[in-house]
Structure formats: C-alpha cells, structure tokens
Design a binder for this molecule. Structure first.
Ligand code: SAM
Length: 266
C-alpha cells in the first residue's frame, strides 16, 4: 500500500472515531490542506481528536455553494440556513416595494453575501449586515471582498438594530442566537468548546434576542417591514405568543422541522 493511501486511511479512521459523517470528502480536504501547507496530518488529527471542527482548523466553510472564511468568533454556517437565502430572494421578487435588506447577526456574512451575489444586478436594493462582534464583522467584510460585492453590502457594528435607522420597505433577516439554555448545555463538545457562545445561546427560552429585535422594530413605526428568522423548532409555541395577530408564515426545513418564520410586522 502506498504511503499516501496509508495516510488517507489513518485520517479516515480518526474522522470516523470522532463522529464525522462526510468522511471521504473531509479526509481528502485534510490531505490536500496538509500538502499545501507542508504540515504533517498528525498535527491536524490531534486537533480533530479534541473535537475542534475541521472548518475552524482550515479557517473556511462552504455555504450556498460559495467559500466563506471563518474565525473563532464566527459561527460555522449551517446547511439549513441556506434556505433563508432562497426565502429572502423569493420574498424580494414578490414584493418589489421592499428596497432594503438587513441581516442582523451576520457572523461570517454568509446570508447577506449570498443574497448579494444572486441579486447583484438589482442596484436599487440596499443590503446591510450587522453584528455585535467586531472580529466576526471583520471576517464578514473580508468575505464581501472575496466575493466582489463589498460595494453592494454595508457592514455595521451594533446591538441588533441600534446602529441603523430603519426605513420603510425593509426585509430584516435574522439568524440570531436561538438555543434555549437547557438545550445549549447538552450540545456536542465540538460546539460547546469551540463555537462562540455569543452566537448560539438565546437566553432561557431561546427567544431573548428575537423579542428585543421585534420590540425595536415596533418602536421604529415604519411601514412595510417584514422579518424572517431562523428558530429552534421547540420554541415556536412561545414565539406565537410574542407575535399575537401578525400575519405569519411558518416554513419547514428539509428535515420537516418548523425552522423559519416570516412575519409581516407592518
Ligand atoms: C447564530 S449566529 C449566525 C451567524 C450567521 N448569520 C449564520 O447564519 O451563520 C448569530 C450571530 O449574531 C451575533 N449577535 C449576537 N448578539 C447580537 C446582538 N445583540 N446584536 C447583533 N448581533 C448579535 C453573533 O455575534 C453571531 O455572529
């Protein structure tokens, strides 16, 4: 057996023992990464064994078919979140009076940048990404340059919508920290030990940030404001109480979970 193949089997064994699923793709990526950086796979495997996610080790991830740079202050984009991009694009097509999109809790910028890439010819639509974390924002800006849409998207540091003035005709997209405290404590060690708590924990009921965001939006008294959020499905009933009579669409993810909520707030 060639040295190369032996090395590949060793990588695959560690990935398997650590609970990875897409083993053939990731083992190949690790081998290519080690060759390119001229480092021994043993160094990478030691980090993998501690539970450190491969995407943090290599400093990038894939989202909506595009590469996104990451740092330890950015959440690793989740595949289910890609659906928010599709929902937002359809919404903008069906509601041409909406000329502004704000992505609150932008992290790596994956959602707003993916939208920007699809609608880059629609010059009349303003796009903005907001995050409270300075280091996450700096990666979002790098990603915007990487995807050549840095002139199309503005990035702001702020607590929810505080740094911006809401305009009529705005779609607000938010994948804010939504994991309720009880669920958070039981997450996998690769999430608990490596991903930013600030990006995941949504208070006791998982709705802390969404309640604040909705209250900020209401106080702005603007017309044609819709909000698209990603939620932990078990928090939907509590969210319904917060929303009262607003026109609301619940959208399921690919695993049939109630994951996205589109709310017409005015
Ligand atoms: C679940 S992550 C989502 C990141 C990215 N949008 C994605 O979908 O992969 C939540 C993000 O919200 C940010 N965040 C947390 N609290 C915030 C607040 N009060 N205002 C603005 N952003 C906040 C975190 O820094 C983190 O980047």
């Amino acid at each position: 057996m060639s040295e190369n193949l032996k090395e590949l089997y060793q990588i695959q064994k560690v990935l398997n023992d650590t609970g990875y699923h897409d083993i053939s793709r990731i083992s190949k990526e690790i081998q290519d990464y080690c060759n390119e950086k001229a480092i021994s796979p043993t160094l990478v495997l030691k980090r993998i064994e501690t539970g450190e996610p491969w995407d943090y080790i290599r400093g990038e991830s894939e989202f909506y078919g595009n590469k996104f740079l990451l740092n330890r202050k950015t959440l690793i984009p989740r595949p289910e979140t890609e659906q928010m991009v599709d929902i937002a694009i359809s919404f903008l097509e069906e509601n041409p009076n909406y000329k502004n999109v704000i992505d609150v809790g932008t992290g790596s910028g994956c959602i707003i940048i993916s939208i920007a890439k699809v609608i880059k010819d629609k010059k009349e639509i303003n796009l903005c990404g907001i995050d409270i974390d300075k280091q996450a924002l700096s990666i979002a800006k790098e990603n915007a340059v990487l995807h050549k849409i840095n002139e199309k998207v503005t990035f702001l540091k702020g607590n929810l919508l505080k740094a911006t003035e809401l305009k009529d005709g705005t779609l607000i997209i938010a994948n804010l920290p939504y994991i309720p405290k009880k669920i958070y404590k039981k997450l996998d060690r690769s999430v608990l030990n490596f991903e930013p708590k600030r990006a995941l924990l949504g208070g006791k009921d998982g709705l802390k940030y969404y309640k604040k965001l909705i209250s900020q939006i209401k106080q702005a008294y603007k017309s044609n404001i819709s909000l698209l959020i990603e939620i932990e499905p078990s928090t939907l009933e509590d969210l319904r109480m917060v929303l009262g009579n607003y026109e609301t669409d619940i959208i399921k993810d690919s695993r049939n979970h109630n994951r996205f909520v589109l709310i017409r707030l005015s």
